[in-house]
Design a protein around this ligand. Structure first.
Ligand code: BYC
Length: 474
């Protein structure tokens, strides 16, 4: 069980290590200052129907209740230790999993933990204004749930930095509160986390696409030979599932509403659809193209010596490493990667070790495709002929083999000029963004009411009705 009598709730027996406890209690007010500055705007007095973990067991999510977000009990929760756990891949395969950081991997491991940790506050910063134009109390509650859990994921990484990396770790923990999403001088580390999330369509796309990068990266880190990292990522994954649910169902509900209106008014043309106050499917495709492309950049380069060394040294595994039937060393294995040769895209087989980012990206894309198929079912069932598609992997890439090339969504290699001429057909244009923004005026906060551009969900949170007061404004 998690001890909530402590100033910092935890299941790591924090009270036994006074020095660590004091260091974290020192970081806590800095975290709160960050939350007051960069957390959801004008939200501090609201009472939000949130879930809080009571234990790390599967039934530990039973607790729902009203909480003012600054009073949310952010804490440190690790999956219980399995004393028999081993390093399952790389050169240390078969050795007992490490309970302390191996000295030679200290700086690499710290960098991975910092990169992971940096994304968590970044996403809260990106979403901070969205509460001001929520489409319903249900959605407002959901974004707040996502935000407090991203805050907790930051705590998870900060615990590791403080507990295992001494002074460097404490400095990194402070820096995590200093960088800011989109700041020119001190930005967040990874590209997608410096992009704005200006509207709810972008928010649902982000939670569907980018939170799922979170899932795949956490799954890879949950395989780590460094056991405390593996155990903390396992628990984070249980929280991540809800974020992806919010994204997938959010887009489903927008599609459903748009299709309903298209059928009811017998319109197909994007401008006629817009005139009825719902988001046209062409705009949804453009948002999809943007979020998919910036998110697949987050997996890193197709050929990466960093990725090879993370794996060989046992720090970061593959997706579902222990379920894969091979030698888990990969010295002689190969993997296909794409690259541009002249005006064609070709496949080349390279060392499987250097291609590990690409492999994780492919695992991710397979899962994303499943979600897009489910969205298309909604459109199909409504009797509308439009279909959403994933753009080619090379489209609009800034990292890896396709960076610097101009690839169409269909996978043709274009000149810069040809690509730029089509940009607004493929990606949200200023006019598209302005249109979506025009729907985001004011917040819908009457219980049971939903903005015109989105359908209600199938069911409420924790079996509550849709007209439940998910957020109290008092
Ligand atoms: N933008 O060999 P390379 C989540 C850097 S999301 C900017 O290509 P590597 C969440 C890279 O850092 C999951 N820079 O890649 C979701 C490196 O720089 P340094 C976050 C980039 O190192 C929603 C250089 O390029 N977790 O949790 O194999 C809401 C060459 O690197 C980018 C993680 O990412 C980019 N897109 O792999 C809330 C897991 N891509 O070090 C939360 C931890 C690469 O030479 N991170 N670079 O200065 C990692 O495992 C790896 O750092 C990466 C990159 C997979 C990101």
């Amino acid at each position: 069980m998690i001890d909530y009598t402590e100033k910092i709730p935890n299941n790591v027996d924090l009270g036994r290590d006074r020095v660590l406890q004091r260091a974290l209690e020192h970081w806590q007010p800095a975290y709160m200052n960050w939350w007051y500055d960069m957390g959801p705007s004008e939200s501090h007095a609201l009472e939000v129907y949130l879930r809080t973990a009571t234990s790390v067991e599967p039934d530990g999510w039973a607790q729902f209740g009203y909480v003012r977000m600054p009073e949310y009990r952010w804490g440190i929760f690790l999956q219980p230790r399995d004393a028999a756990r081993q390093v399952n891949f790389g050169v240390h395969k078969g050795q007992p999993a490490w309970q302390e950081v191996p000295g030679e991997y200290r700086s690499t491991l710290r960098r991975v933990i910092v990169t992971q940790g940096d994304t968590e506050p970044a996403s809260v910063e990106q979403q901070r204004l969205l509460g001001m134009c929520c489409p319903s109390l249900y959605d407002l509650r959901n974004i707040f749930q996502v935000n407090v859990e991203e805050g907790r994921h930051l705590w998870a990484m900060v615990y590791l930095l403080h507990r295992y990396f001494g002074r460097d770790g404490r400095e990194e923990a402070e820096a995590l509160l200093e960088r800011r999403s989109g700041d020119v001088d001190n930005p967040r580390i990874l590209g997608a986390f410096n992009e704005p999330t200006p509207d709810w369509l972008a928010f649902y796309m982000f939670t569907f696409f980018t939170d799922r990068d979170g899932k795949f990266q956490l799954c890879a880190l949950a395989e780590s030979g460094f056991d405390p990292l593996a155990r903390t990522c396992r628990f984070m994954l249980t929280e991540e599932a809800h974020h992806m649910f919010v994204g997938e169902t959010g887009i489903s509900r927008i599609l459903q509403r748009t299709c309903e209106v298209m059928k009811e008014h017998k319109v197909e043309n994007a401008s006629d659809v817009r005139a009825l106050g719902v988001i046209d499917l062409q705009t949804m495709q453009k948002y999809l193209n943007f979020h998919f492309s910036v998110t697949i950049d987050l997996f890193g380069s197709d050929a990466s010596s960093n990725a090879a060394s993370y794996y060989t040294t046992g720090l970061k595994g593959r997706y579902e490493e222990t379920k894969i039937d091979d030698d888990h060393v990969l010295q002689n294995a190969e993997y296909p990667v794409l690259e541009v040769s002249g005006n064609k895209i070709i496949t080349r087989r390279v060392s499987a070790l250097t291609a590990l980012n690409e492999r994780l990206r492919d695992d991710y894309i397979a899962e994303i495709q499943g979600g897009v198929d489910r969205w298309n079912k909604i459109i199909e069932q409504a009797g509308v002929s439009f279909r959403l598609t994933l753009p080619h992997k090379g489209f609009h890439r800034a990292i890896g083999n396709f960076a610097g090339h101009f690839i169409s969504p269909e996978g043709e290699v274009l000149t810069k000029e040809a690509w730029e001429n089509n940009r607004d057909k493929w990606m949200p244009s200023a006019a598209d963004q302005k249109f979506v923004q025009s729907l985001m005026t004011g917040r819908v906060i009457e219980p049971g009411k939903f903005a015109n551009w989105i359908a209600p969900p199938i069911r409420g949170v924790n079996r509550q009705p849709l007209n439940f007061e998910y957020v109290r404004f008092n």
